[in-house]
Ligand binder design. Structure first.
Ligand SMILES: *Cc1c(COP(=O)(O)O)cnc(C)c1O
Length: 425
């Protein structure tokens, strides 16, 4: 591990929580150079919904490379991109009555898709302000960071982060406070100090922000609010999309039609970088090359993304299995809370992005450390990193979920029975 500590910038982050060198990975398992097998409940922060090295995706990629398929092509037309577009339309957009969305291939990070979405909304409306929500996370480039809540990340900007008005997310003040009514009042009041926004950008489940969830009712009201005030609804589905909540899109059973949707993380299915912005046809008002980038359209990612769509999304068997596993996860997490902290712990999240909120960040970190010692990799999220977050591959078996939950339960039991003072070391 010395080589990393001596050479790699101190900006490195996740690796600090998991002091091991990883050598190979299969499905929901990561294997270290010591030969230790870990269950991966980090899953590339939601990038590995179909697990590590899924054999069907791997074969498609190897075959493509073997045949000298094109790797890099800027945004030239390629057969790999053609197949992806055709498959995404046929299996994802058309069955969900979303055939009227256009696809923009941005640079391959989520942040770049968010930048493109924000630029486009500002260009279309001629307004500069954006509404974003408390605890939202949208990426670390300046535009996306301005829309992000996290103080630690914002602190890295080095310039004032501007042109965003922060609004309270669903239930930010508890279930009694209607945050939509509050926003409506502020947007109606010419002297509220909130300039009319180009768009609101929102996550249905806040992945980094602490697994806070918005209800279908809140999302529908937000959509109405957007229409009323002439602002676009940007749905950032980078982490909650691609099946994580039990549907391809996190919003698809909510009866809403976002104007713009961003996808990245698990879109390629194999962990290869790929990001897209979906926009309603009439919103495709870019000039050619206006949002450019060298690595738009990663052909290898198109190949694995297409294979993933064919393999997992041709019928509803996969989404049904995800919903079944979500119920198991939910049961196990609730049992941990009931047994080890009915008054101090709380289950949060939805689908296969659930976790347990602890009283403080130290407790959550101690739980993750203990779990890692026993072969389970999982991270924290939330305002004070107080939420222990379960983000396993969706292809995980029920037996693996049970095993991971046994480990997690042991970790909660061990940490919560220790006196607080002996925990900090
Ligand atoms: C991870 C994430 C991003 C940023 O994606 P990067 O690839 O890290 O730039 C944006 N929005 C959400 C909701 C995310 O989870």
């Amino acid at each position: 591990m010395k080589i990393f500590e001596e050479n790699e910038s101190v900006v490195r982050s996740y690796c600090r929580s998991f002091p091991a060198v990883f050598r190979e990975a299969r499905g929901a398992e990561l294997i270290s150079t010591e030969g230790t097998h870990y269950l991966d409940f980090l899953a590339g922060a939601g990038t590995l919904n179909y697990g590590h090295n899924h054999p069907v995706l791997k074969k498609a990629l190897i075959d493509y490379i073997q045949e000298d398929g094109i790797t890099h092509s800027l945004d030239l037309y390629t057969t790999a991109k053609e197949r992806f577009i055709e498959t995404f339309n046929r299996l994802i957009l058309n069955p969900r009555s979303m055939g009227n969305y256009r696809m923009q291939f941005t640079g391959p990070t989520g942040a770049n898709a968010v930048e493109a979405a924000l630029k486009l909304a500002r260009k279309i409306t001629g307004r500069t302000n954006i509404l974003s929500f408390t605890n939202g996370f949208h990426g670390c480039s300046i535009g996306a960071l301005a829309a992000t809540g996290n103080r630690h990340h914002r602190g890295g900007a080095g310039v004032p982060l501007s042109h965003v008005s922060r609004m309270p997310y669903a239930n930010y003040f508890g279930e009694q406070v209607n945050t939509i009514a509050m926003m409506d009042k502020m947007l109606n009041d010419p002297s509220s100090g909130v300039d009319k926004p180009a768009a609101a950008i929102v996550e249905v489940v806040q992945g980094e922000g602490g697994l806070n969830t918005a209800s279908a009712d809140w999302m529908r009201k937000l959509e109405k609010l957007c229409r009323k005030h002439g602002m676009l609804l940007i749905l950032d589905d980078i982490q909650a999309g691609c099946g994580r909540t039990g549907h391809f899109f996190s919003f698809e059973d909510m009866g809403i039609r976002p104007d713009i949707v961003t996808l990245s993380k698990s879109l390629s299915g194999f962990g290869l970088p790929l990001a897209i912005v979906l926009m309603k046809e009439d919103l495709d008002q870019w000039k050619a090359g206006e949002h450019n980038g060298t690595f738009r359209g990663n052909n290898h990612a198109f190949v694995t993304a297409t294979a993933a769509l064919e393999h997992f999304w041709s019928d509803d068997a996969f989404s049904r299995s995800v919903r079944g596993k979500s119920r198991l996860l939910s049961e196990r997490l609730n049992r941990i809370v009931l047994r080890h902290g009915p008054h101090s712990l709380r289950v949060k999240g939805r689908g296969m992005m659930q976790g347990i909120a602890c009283p403080d960040g130290e407790t959550a970190e101690a739980v993750c450390t203990r779990a890692f010692e026993n072969g389970l990799i999982l991270e924290t999220c939330g305002s004070n990193a107080e939420v222990v977050k379960c983000l396993s591959p969706l292809t995980i078996t029920k037996e693996q979920i049970d095993r991971a939950m046994d480990t997690l339960e042991e970790a909660f039991s061990a940490v919560l029975s220790e006196p607080v003072s002996s925990r900090s070391s």
